[in-house]
Ligand binder design. Structure first.
Ligand code: ADP
Ligand code: ASP
Ligand code: MG
Length: 414
C-alpha cells in the first residue's frame, strides 16, 4: 500500500475557503494513485481561543478538562474537511485520535504517544477512503482523552507516517518551508532546501514554531524524512532528513528566538557544595524545567545563581523559590520577565571555531548586552533584553551571511 501522510496546520484550514483548498490538494494526491491519510489542526487560532475561554472561568483548570476542551478544536476541522472532500466526489472518513487508536500515556496536556493501531486505517483505506485524523490528540488506556502539547498535530502526522510506513510525510503550513529564521520577523530570511534532524530539533526547541520539536525526535528515531511546504502554492519546500556531509559546509543554518522564559537570580547564596544540587533537585521534583543556568562566585564566599524557567511553569516556581531562598540562606531573589533568548544553530559549528566570537561581536556592535550564554555542540544561545530580540535576530542573520548569495560566513573557509 503506497500511503502518503499530509498534515495541514491551523493557518491552512482557518476558514472554509482554505478547507476547500486543502480538499483539492488532497484529492490531487489521491488521483495520482496514492492512499492518503490527512492530519488536521484546529481552525486558525481556535486552540488559543479555547484557552482564553478557560481562563475566563479559572486560572487553574484541571489538566483533564483542558484536554477535553482543546481536543474539540481538531474535531471540527476533520468533519468539515471530510465534507469538502465528499463535495469533490471522493470518499473520505474523519476520525478522532481515540477512534483511530492513538494511545498515549496519561500526562494530560503534554501526553506522549505509546502506540498507534493500524487496523482502522487499513480498513478505511482499503475501502478507498481518504482518511482524515484529528491532530494533537489521543486517549489513554483508560479511555481518557489527552492532547500532545502545543503544535502536537505535527507529532500526530509523523507518528502515523512511521506506523504506516508511509512513502512520504508532508507538513503543510503558511510559509514555504523552514527558513534561516522566522520570515515574519526577518525579511531577508531564506528558505532552507535541506536541514538535518538535529538542526531542526534545536531550532524547534529554541523557538522556531514551524515544527514541533517532539515530532522531529520521532522522525529521527525512525529515520523518516519530512517535507515542510506551503498549502497555498506548489513550491518545493524543505526536506528534514539525516545529516549529510555537505551540511557541515554551512557553519550556521538558522537563527531562532524564544520569548517564553523568565530569569530567576538567587543572590548571596553560601558558596559550599550541595547548594546547587538542592536547588535544582527541588525544581525537578515539582516537574519544573530549567533551561539556561549561570553561577557566579563573588569576592565574598557567596555566589549568585541565575537560571531561566518557562513562563507557563513560572507560576508554579514562585512559591517554591521563596522556600528555597530560605532553605539555602540566600540573601534574596530577583525575577526578570523582560528577557529573550536568541540562538544560532548549525552542525557545521562542530568543526568551526569562532562562531561564538562572531555572535558576541555582532551583538556588541549593536550595543546589545548579553545576560547569559549557553552552548551545545551545534548551538549557541544568548539571553538578552526582550526589546532587543528582533534587532538581535536581524544582526545575527546578517553576521552569518544567511540572507543572500554573497554570504561571507556561510561557507567554511577551506
Ligand atoms: P501551522 O498553523 O501550519 O502549524 P505554525 O504557526 O505552527 O503553523 O508555524 C508556522 C510559523 O512558524 C510561520 O508562520 C512562521 O512565522 C513561524 N516560524 C518561526 N521560525 C520559523 C522558521 N525558521 N522557518 C519557518 N517558519 C518559522
Ligand atoms: N491545535 C494545536 C495547537 O494549536 C495543535 C497544532 O496546531 O498542531 O497547538
Ligand atoms: Mg504548528
Amino acid at each position: 500500500m503506497k500511503i502518503i501522510v499530509k498534515k495541514f496546520g491551523g493557518s491552512s484550514v482557518k476558514n472554509t475557503d482554505r478547507i476547500k483548498n486543502v480538499a483539492r490538494r488532497v484529492v490531487e494526491t489521491k488521483r495520482k494513485g496514492y492512499h492518503v491519510v490527512v492530519v488536521v489542526s484546529a481552525l486558525g487560532d481556535t486552540t488559543d481561543d479555547l484557552i482564553t475561554l478557560s481562563k475566563e472561568i479559572t486560572s487553574s483548570p484541571p489538566d483533564r478538562e483542558m484536554d477535553m476542551l482543546l481536543s474539540t478544536g481538531e474535531q471540527v476541522s476533520v468533519a468539515l474537511l471530510a465534507m469538502a472532500i465528499h463535495e469533490l466526489g471522493y470518499k473520505a472518513m474523519s476520525f478522532t485520535g481515540a477512534q483511530v487508536g492513538i494511545v498515549t500515556d496519561s500526562a494530560h496536556t503534554r501526553a506522549r504517544i505509546k502506540s498507534i493501531s493500524t487496523k482502522r486505517f487499513i480498513e478505511a483505506l482499503r475501502q478507498d477512503n481518504i482518511v482524515i485524523v484529528a491532530g494533537f490528540q489521543g486517549k489513554t488506556e483508560d479511555q481518557e482523552i489527552t492532547t500532545l502539547g502545543r503544535g502536537g498535530s505535527d507529532l500526530t502526522a509523523v507518528a502515523i507516517a512511521c506506523t504506516l510506513k508511509a512513502a512520504a510525510c508532508e507538513i503543510y503550513t503558511d510559509v514555504d518551508g523552514v527558513y534561516t529564521t522566522d520570515p515574519r520577523i526577518v525579511k531577508e530570511a531564506r528558505k532552507i532546501q535541506k536541514i538535518s534532524y538535529d538542526e531542526m530539533l534545536e531550532l524547534a526547541s529554541l523557538g522556531a514554531q514551524v515544527m514541533q520539536g517532539r515530532s522531529i525526535e520521532v522522525a529521527k528515531k525512525y529515520g523518516i524524512p519530512i517535507v515542510v511546504r506551503s498549502s497555498l502554492n506548489k513550491n518545493p519546500g524543505t526536506i528534514i532528513c539525516k545529516e549529510a556531509k555537505d551540511m557541515e559546509e554551512v557553519v550556521v543554518s538558522g537563527v531562532a528566538v524564544a520569548k517564553n522564559e523568565v530569569k530567576v537570580t538567587l543572590f548571596g547564596v553560601p558558596d559550599k557544595p550541595g547548594i546547587a544540587a538542592k536547588l535544582f533537585k527541588d525544581l525537578a521534583e515539582k516537574n519544573i524545567n530549567v533551561d539556561v543556568i549561570i553561577q557566579n562566585k563573588t569576592k565574598t564566599n557567596r555566589t549568585d545563581i541565575s537560571f531561566t524557567v518557562y513562563q507557563d511553569e513560572f507560576k508554579r516556581t514562585q512559591s517554591l523559590i521563596k522556600k528555597i531562598v530560605k532553605d539555602v540562606k540566600a540573601k534574596g531573589v530577583t525575577i526578570d520577565e523582560n528577557i529573550a533568548k536568541v540562538s544560532v544553530v548549525g552542525v557545521g559549528m562542530r568543526s568551526h571555531p569562532g562562531v561564538a566570537a562572531t555572535m558576541f561581536g555582532a551583538l556588541a556592535k549593536q550595543k546589545i548586552n548579553i545576560d547569559m550564554i549557553a552552548t551545545s555542540e551545534i548551538k549557541i544561545s544568548c539571553v538578552i533584553k526582550k526589546d532587543k530580540a528582533t534587532k538581535a535576530m536581524q544582526v545575527l542573520h546578517r553576521a552569518f551571511g544567511l540572507g543572500g548569495k554573497s554570504s561571507k560566513a556561510k561557507k567554511k573557509k577551506k
